[in-house]
Design a protein around this ligand. Structure first.
Ligand code: SF4
Length: 387
């Protein structure tokens, strides 16, 4: 159990302690990072692959793309997406000139598609104004979708500025170092003070990366590797044997669950009906098979019939079930039940979607879909013998 309650006096003691230990924490962290850190991350290297020196300036665009990808994605997952993105949109001008659909297609599989739309929106706005990406934290924070941590991380990576970061890894690390007795997000201002004390106005490129690497590789969410940790002798949580219990988690809010009926409608030729979501809102601009949420007392087949009639003005006959699966989003869980259908009356038209089209199943890969609907495409391919 966490033994001490968070109070103003506790904060003052922690700040004094950290101020005293900061020089050693800083030095031991960078020493550890020199041997064990992730020093080959491509957007943190100079063109040609050399490590940057303290006065080198890195290109902003690749760092900006990478940091937005990393907002909700681990580095190992983001890396291949980043490489493909840079091949497809190598600079701000090529991104600004791309269509929304091409941008979403390049992001497909990475999730949280609003990030791709914001990258595209910023690129088009800057191109229209004939401006480049800013390189300082304040200028970056004014761009859509960039909070203090992402802006600071870009500024420090590009120009080695004195901007510390505070992402989820760093919060967890500090919460354990201090044996912080409350959820870290309840003390964001204090945690920013802590990283500022640690950095102490020095240049932050290596320091920020070292903090993130220590959090990701050693002070891991589960089973922290305390025996390998350069901060072990300073760590309050380790000394008290409570590192597995920290950080304190906020009381979880219940996540609602919905059942969604989806119709994969195939016409006489074998073409399949898909609709494009409106540009704004969740999964905006992505394509989908038409469906709707089951209402109380409704059978799944009735849900599919109603959804297709309401959303695209098409009457359908519901055929065999294609698949069912669960898919979790941040704030809700969806259970999908997917049926093959055939049209019996009406012409499909966009009522809820911005457009609807009939396409050959082998052309579905040309359209950007969310992860849930990619599962449906895969099931459709397996059923028809395609791989
Ligand atoms: Fe995290 Fe363990 Fe290091 Fe403490 S000693 S900072 S709990 S890895």
């Amino acid at each position: 159990m966490v033994p001490e309650q968070w109070s103003t006096a506790f904060e003052q003691r922690q700040k004094a302690w950290l101020r005293h230990r900061a020089p050693d924490l800083y030095a031991s962290l960078l020493s550890w990072w020199a041997h064990h850190g992730r020093r080959d991350v491509p957007w943190r290297l100079l063109p040609g692959g050399r490590q940057p020196g303290p006065d080198d300036v890195l290109p902003t665009y690749p760092v900006w793309v990478a940091e937005v990808m990393l907002q909700q994605t681990r580095l190992a997952v983001a890396l291949p997406f980043w490489r493909r993105w840079l091949d497809r949109f190598p600079d701000l001008a090529s991104l600004a000139a791309a269509s929304r659909q091409d941008v979403l297609h390049a992001w497909q599989g990475l999730g949280y598609y609003a990030r791709a739309q914001r990258l595209h929106g910023v690129a088009t706005q800057l191109a229209a104004a004939k401006r480049q990406l800013p390189t300082d934290r304040a200028g970056l924070e004014r761009l859509s979708g960039l909070g203090r941590t992402t802006a600071a991380s870009i500024a420090a990576t590009v120009g080695n500025s004195a901007d510390p970061i505070l992402d989820g890894n760093v919060r967890r690390l500090l919460a354990r170092l201090l044996a912080f007795p409350a959820p870290p997000r309840q003390a964001t201002a204090l945690f920013w003070t802590m990283v500022e004390l640690l950095l102490n106005g020095r240049r932050a490129r290596d320091f920020n990366q070292a903090l993130m690497d220590l959090g990701a590789l050693v002070c891991r969410p589960r089973a922290p590797l305390c025996r390998c940790c350069p901060w072990q002798r300073h760590c309050h949580a380790y000394a008290k044997g409570i590192q597995q219990q920290l950080p304190v988690r906020p009381t979880p809010t219940p996540i609602p669950r919905f059942v969604v009926g989806v119709g994969v409608v195939l016409d006489r030729q074998g073409k399949v009906l898909i609709g494009q979501r409106q540009p704004d809102g969740l999964l905006g601009g992505l394509w989908e098979f038409v469906g709707g949420t089951q209402e109380p007392g409704e059978t799944m087949a009735a849900t599919v019939v109603r959804a297709l009639w309401q959303n695209v003005g098409l009457a359908v006959a519901v055929g065999p079930e294609l698949l069912r699966f669960d898919h979790a989003y941040t704030h809700r869980r969806l259970s999908f039940v997917v049926y093959l259908c055939r049209p019996v009356a009406g012409d499909a038209r966009p009522v809820v979607n911005q457009q609807v089209v009939w396409v050959w199943p082998h052309d579905l890969h040309r359209y950007p879909f969310s992860a849930a609907h990619i599962r449906i495409i895969q099931a459709l391919r397996e059923r028809s013998g395609q791989t």
